[in-house]
Design a protein around this ligand. Structure first.
Ligand code: ADQ
Length: 485
């Protein structure tokens, strides 16, 4: 249903993210169909938005050039933002995913920078801000998400002094030494500081951000609170940077494991794989930050040196297609697929792969079935804001069976202390961790999984959103008179 007057303020909570929680698809008869789009943020926010009375979501609908009228879906109002092909190439694939993404993930690949990409990033951020600013109620809350929209808090602030603005960064925030490489770094910081509350996944991200503000802008920082000088006679604003580790809808995932059909699928999966003794699983977007190459290298070596017997063990690697027009992602796909092909050529027997590789998306039920079938899950990210897969696996194991191998470079490592921790850069260590996980006695698995589940079930995504929004509600009011100069 199109909203009558999209310019009329009308929502208590407005989420602004690069993508809407639904994608538009044009059917053969020309009609538009809306389907839920995958991805970490959507997974996290959709359950939260259902619990607010008057929620709105501002984002891109997923196809170039389209700007459908605002409409309602899943109990919230959706406000699409147009992105043209050139915006997609420069703002999204360019500045967001070939400049910021690699830089914020500790330059695993070289960040590229082009001034035309920056110009497009500014223009796109303006468009998101312009759509979002008028739809919030007087005194309402606007929650901006992620690295694609770091200028939006300030742009909204310039139009709406009455609203509370929160920002959450889903990816790591790099050390000040790395962040300093970013051209336009100060504009980026000032953009973020338009918010009242800026949230990060790990304490180290928060500290990196505070250090950047101190060092590059010279602002006064007291604990988590930054004093942001107002323009001209405007008062000093206090902005808080704080850590809010994101989570999943834990009880929903856990409940899915009780579903008869999901259980049957998990059984079927084991059977389809030839009833191996051990199933080792990786589930990732096909992204160079996820350490898929390191994982495959370790697996290939374990098969090669005879530590793992391909007749009784199989690795399943699910790799969701991602950012396929960005060069580094094309290269990664080629390398991963070459390696999988080699491993299978060397170690598979007919009808029994050493690595079962799936380059596609799975729905929630199939994903849960996979987690239920997996004896070991490998999360070997070289750098990751949080990593929801690690938490999803834990939530899928009420039977307390299974072992999580977890990279210390994933945000989840700060909370999931009972996992088998690894430095994925150290292939020998990774191999040893995989073998340890595969050989772990049942009682030890149970003990670790019990502790992990306690963490994940107690701290779900609803609690995450609630604590962020509550903190936001209590921020922003603390304005002081400007210091005499
Ligand atoms: P992502 O980098 O996308 O998210 P992640 O946290 O692992 O990474 O979330 C991925 C989500 O997609 C999970 O819910 C997972 O189950 C799902 N998924 C992965 N492969 C899939 C497949 N083949 N089919 C279907 N679903 C699949 C970003 C940051 C993370 C951060 C999240 C949330 O990079 O560090 O945890 O945002 O803040």
């Amino acid at each position: 249903r199109p909203v009558d007057d999209p310019a009329r303020p009308g929502h208590d909570l407005v989420v602004v993210a690069n993508r809407l929680p639904v994608d538009s698809r044009t059917l053969p008869d020309g009609a538009t169909e809306w389907v839920t789009s995958p991805g970490g943020l959507v997974t996290a926010m959709e359950s939260v938005m259902r619990t607010v009375d008057s929620g709105a979501w501002v984002g891109w609908a997923g196809s170039p050039g389209q700007e459908p009228d605002p409409f309602d879906a899943d109990g919230m109002s959706l406000y699409p933002v147009r992105l043209d092909q050139e915006d997609i190439e420069r703002y999204y694939e360019g500045f967001s995913n070939a400049t910021l993404w690699p830089l914020y993930h500790d330059v695993i690949v070289d960040p590229e920078f082009h001034r035309t990409w920056w110009d497009s990033y500014v223009a796109a951020n303006r468009r998101f801000a312009r759509t979002a600013a008028p739809v919030a109620n007087e005194g309402g809350t606007i929650w901006v998400h992620d690295y694609q929209l770091q200028l939006v808090p300030r742009l909204i602030r310039e139009e709406r002094a009455d609203v509370r603005i929160g920002f959450f960064n889903h990816i790591p925030f790099p050390s000040v030494e790395l962040f300093s490489q970013l051209p336009k770094r100060n504009q980026m910081l000032r953009g973020l500081l338009g918010a009242d509350l800026i949230g990060f996944q790990r304490e180290s991200d928060t500290q990196n951000f505070l250090a950047a503000v101190r060092k590059l802008l010279g602002y006064h920082v007291d604990g988590q609170t930054i004093s942001v000088p107002g323009l001209g006679a405007a008062p000093v604003r206090e902005v808080v940077a704080q850590t809010f580790p994101i989570s999943i809808d834990s009880s929903k995932v856990s409940a899915l494991t009780e579903d008869e059909e999901v259980r049957a699928r998990a059984e079927q999966l084991r059977e389809d794989l030839g009833h191996p003794r051990t199933i080792v699983l990786g589930v990732d977007r096909l992204d160079y930050t996820k350490g898929i190459r390191h994982r495959l290298k370790a697996w290939g070596e374990l098969l090669g040196d005879g530590s793992v017997d391909p007749r009784e063990t199989v690795m399943v690697q699910v790799a969701t297609p991602s950012r396929e027009r960005v060069e580094a992602y094309r290269q990664l796909r080629d390398e991963v697929e070459l390696t999988v092909g080699r491993i299978n050529g060397d170690h598979s027997s007919i009808g029994r792969p050493a690595v079962s590789y799936q380059h596609r998306s799975f729905d929630r039920r199939d994903m849960t079935a996979l987690f239920m079938a997996a004896d070991v899950v490998l999360v070997t990210a070289l750098r990751d804001g949080m990593n929801l897969v690690a938490k999803e696996y834990v939530a899928s194991r009420p039977d307390l069976h299974g072992v999580l191998v977890l990279s210390e470079f994933a945000g989840a490592a700060d909370e999931l202390r009972a996992a088998v921790m690894v430095n994925p850069h150290d292939i020998d260590e990774l191999k040893a961790a995989i073998l340890r996980a595969m050989a772990m006695p049942a009682e030890e698995q149970e003990e670790a999984m019990r502790s992990l589940r306690h963490q994940v079930m107690e701290n779900d995504v609803q609690a995450w959103a609630h604590s962020f929004l509550q903190r936001l509600e209590h921020s922003g009011a603390e304005v002081r008179e400007p210091k005499p100069t």
